[in-house]
Design a protein around this ligand. Sequence first.
Ligand SMILES: NC(=O)c1ccc[n+]([C@@H]2O[C@H](COP(=O)([O-])OP(=O)(O)OC[C@H]3O[C@@H](n4cnc5c(N)ncnc54)[C@H](OP(=O)(O)O)[C@@H]3O)[C@@H](O)[C@H]2O)c1
Length: 257
Amino acid sequence: MGLPLAKKLIEAGHIVKGSTTNRDKLNSLTSEGISPYIIELFEEGIQGDITSFLGNSEVLIIDIPPGLRKDPEVNFVAKIGRLKSYVEKSGIKKVLFISSTSVFEDTEDLPTYSEEDPANGTAENAKQLIAAEELLKASEAFETSVIRFGGLIGPGRHPVNYLSGKSGLKDPEGPINLIHQEDCIGIIKAILEKEAWGETFHGVSPEHPTRKEYYSRIAKEKGLGSMEFDEEKASKGKRIDSKKIGEELEYSFKNRI
Ligand SMILES: NC(=O)c1ccc[n+]([C@@H]2O[C@H](COP(=O)([O-])OP(=O)(O)OC[C@H]3O[C@@H](n4cnc5c(N)ncnc54)[C@H](OP(=O)(O)O)[C@@H]3O)[C@@H](O)[C@H]2O)c1
């Protein structure tokens, strides 16, 4: 999401510095008008010129997933802690942390969670995201807003691609919580424009059909192989309500999922 977001912010007249861990991307970032930096967060410290990267900036957008699927041992909170101490020295006063709706637990009663509900996820990924949100919000040097996005749909990217052709899929009756990349960018821009700092937002499209109904339909529409769900076990899930986006940011979703 970082690159398309940077492009839209540049179009809107912002000056954008962008980080990558990959030297091969430097030229393509430059050609998009981004000032590129090689920065990588580690638990033990940060590789790259983080002081120049953060210097003379007004806002930092942290758009990095915890990465627990790739490495279940990773300590994402420690990485964010390293970053936090540099941000506190940088003069940046506003941070936007991109989090995930996985901070909420999936249960059999399929609860609805709004921005007022306390994050209750118990999986390692959830616990680390919650701790990272809290760590940033606790800073006295800068204000943090958190936006928890649902599963991302974007060019060449759709969760159905991972499900098509599979069998024994869990949670057929679980509601889906997805969002289109264009809406993610629209919401981030609205937070910047409205100066909505110190807040927590949910970014999930208001449509919540069941997983079975939705993914079966989309697979058909896209001409992908069908899939089979495990109907024996009770479904777990949740519905994420994003009411603050309409009420406080006056943002309305542009894309149907
Ligand atoms: N994907 C989803 O369905 C989903 C759902 C909810 C929320 N989110 C959130 O949305 C945000 C964007 O997700 P995404 O799926 O677009 O992520 P992504 O494709 O994995 O991209 C994140 C980028 O962060 C950079 N990065 C990763 N580890 C890093 C590290 N240790 N230090 C510095 N940079 C690092 C990498 O940049 P380079 O490759 O250029 O090095 C990576 O491509 C994340 O905050 C994620 O938690 C995603």
